[in-house]
Design a protein around this ligand. Structure first.
Ligand SMILES: [Fe+2]
Ligand SMILES: [Fe+2]
Length: 266
């Protein structure tokens, strides 16, 4: 059954992720060589598409007819499929060494395609009205987002100027910390369903939350320093803000899981 919570959740997801998709288009564009006009045009095209989706999502509200939102979700799903394919095409070009001198890391392009795939799956789940059982969602979402966080630490480390030795070291430490958390999450994943006990899942969330908070704070500091031009890097200020927002989003998801777990146990 489609109801108000379906509308609210759909709009939340679309407002968050369409802005993210729009920004990915900008970052990809900035990494292309100035002669790659076809790729630049494609990136601009996606920027305009996701900007329009973002505006449309802001024009809807909680009172919008659920059937209108269902069609909107389908429309957005198609756009996300196209940007996913574009990102994979760019990844293929880079890995075949057909864009020598371009400035997008392969892992970054893979990373943004994984985010598109995640967004696309969220839209399918919402429209199908089937959500994963809580214990599965807790493990799957953490496996996804811990890898995203580990990647961010690696991008920050590699895009800081090498002379920013202390910040590079801090970013590398976060990379290691999140790789370890990701391995732990995958261990819990392979031990399921036996691993899906309340105390283990609760501890898992607690532990991840502590690390995500400290990474979030590091990103916030880096963002503020980049905006104030206090550190040497080739990080676009909007990219610094983008990865900060993604950490905030992960924290909101962790909080939501913690509340659901506690609610279930009461
Ligand atoms: Fe992103
Ligand atoms: Fe990301």
């Amino acid at each position: 059954m489609l109801d108000q919570s379906f509308v609210a959740r759909s709009l939340e997801e679309i407002r968050f992720w369409s802005r993210i998709m729009k920004e990915h288009s900008l970052f990809l564009k900035l990494g292309f060589r100035c002669d790659d006009t076809q790729l630049i045009n494609e990136a601009n095209h996606f920027y305009a598409i996701f900007e329009a989706i973002e505006n449309k999502s802001n024009a809807f509200n909680i009172g919008t007819d659920p059937s209108v939102i269902k069609r909107f979700n389908e429309e957005v799903h198609i756009a996300v499929s196209y940007i996913w394919a574009f990102k994979r095409k760019v990844l293929g070009l880079i890995l075949r060494c057909q864009l020598p001198g371009a400035n997008n890391f392969p892992l970054l392009v893979d990373h943004v395609s994984r985010e598109a795939n995640y967004f696309r799956n969220r839209l399918s789940e919402l429209n199908a009205g089937r959500l994963e059982p809580l214990p599965d969602a807790i493990i799957d979402e953490n496996v996804f987002f811990l890898r995203i966080m580990a990647d961010h630490a690696k991008f920050i480390s590699h895009l800081l100027d090498p002379s920013e030795r202390q910040l590079v070291e801090q970013a590398n430490n976060f990379s290691q910390e999140f790789d370890t958390l990701l391995y732990q999450a995958r261990d819990l994943e392979s031990m399921r369903p036996e691993s899906q006990t309340l105390p283990l899942l609760d501890q898992f969330l607690d532990q991840n939350k502590v690390s995500v908070k400290s990474l979030r704070d590091f990103k916030k500091t880096a963002r503020d320093m980049i905006e104030a031009c206090r550190i040497k890097s080739i990080i676009h200020p909007l990219l610094a803000d983008h990865v900060f927002r993604e950490a905030e989003h992960f924290l909101v998801i962790i909080d939501m899981f913690e509340n659901s777990l506690t609610g279930n146990s009461a």
